[in-house]
Every structure is written in structure tokens, then in C-alpha cells.
Design a protein. Structure first.
Length: 122
């Protein structure tokens, strides 16, 4: 039996969701990535601190993405179909954390870019 992996998984769709919107409900859930440096502190951080945070957040994103990908692959093998929203319940915390990490990653990239540009102007 040949499986068709051209169908986009839910994780792929989540990855493409680049609007950065984090709903108030999502924002209330604690995230491990928020323990290291709060979002408000990022605006005050130096470029080396931002770069360190960027590396840590990228590693965390990679770790969670692998965990979610494994979940989706196992689900597909067991059920013969891709994960749908209602199937995500056992991994809801990880999906939310992944979304939060993506938003933090975008913020870090913007802050680094902004600081880099302003340092070249001065």
C-alpha cells in the first residue's frame, strides 16, 4: 500500500500561519519559552542577548516540531488519515507552545533587525 504524503499535515499549516496572532486564551497558557526571558524584557535586551535568545528559541522550536511531527506520523500510521483539529487534544499544550515559540521567534528576528539597522545609521 502506497501512502500519499503530498497532503499537508496540520503542523505544516500551523508553520505557514505567519500572522503572529496569539489569542488571549493562548497567551494565558504558560510556555516554557517564556520562563527564560519575558517578552517585555526582550525590548530592553542587548544584541548579544537577543542573539542568544534567538538560538535557544530556534532549538526549542525544532525540538517541539519534531515531537509534533512524530505524533502526526504515528497518528497517520494508526488511522490512515492526517490529524484534524479535534485529534490534537492529547498534544494541545505542545501545539500551543509551538505557536507561542513561533511568535517569540518573529519578535526576536524583528528586534535584532531593528537594532542592527539603527546601529548602522548611528
Amino acid at each position: 500500500m502506497k501512502t500519499d504524503f503530498n497532503v499537508r499535515s496540520f503542523l505544516d499549516q500551523l508553520e505557514d500561519d505567519a500572522d503572529g496572532f496569539v489569542s488571549p486564551v493562548d497567551d494565558k497558557m504558560p510556555s516554557r519559552s517564556n520562563q527564560d526571558m519575558g517578552l517585555s524584557n526582550l525590548h530592553e535586551a542587548s544584541i548579544p542577548e537577543l542573539l542568544e535568545q534567538l538560538q535557544e528559541v530556534r532549538e526549542e522550536k525544532k525540538r517541539i516540531r519534531k515531537k509534533l511531527r512524530d505524533f502526526e506520523d504515528n497518528f497517520f500510521r494508526q488511522n490512515g488519515r492526517n490529524v484534524q483539529k479535534e485529534d490534537r487534544t492529547p498534544m494541545a499544550e505542545e501545539y500551543n507552545e509551538y505557536k507561542q515559540i513561533k511568535a517569540k521567534l518573529r519578535l526576536l528576528e524583528v528586534l535584532i533587525s531593528k537594532r542592527d539597522i539603527s546601529s548602522k545609521i548611528m
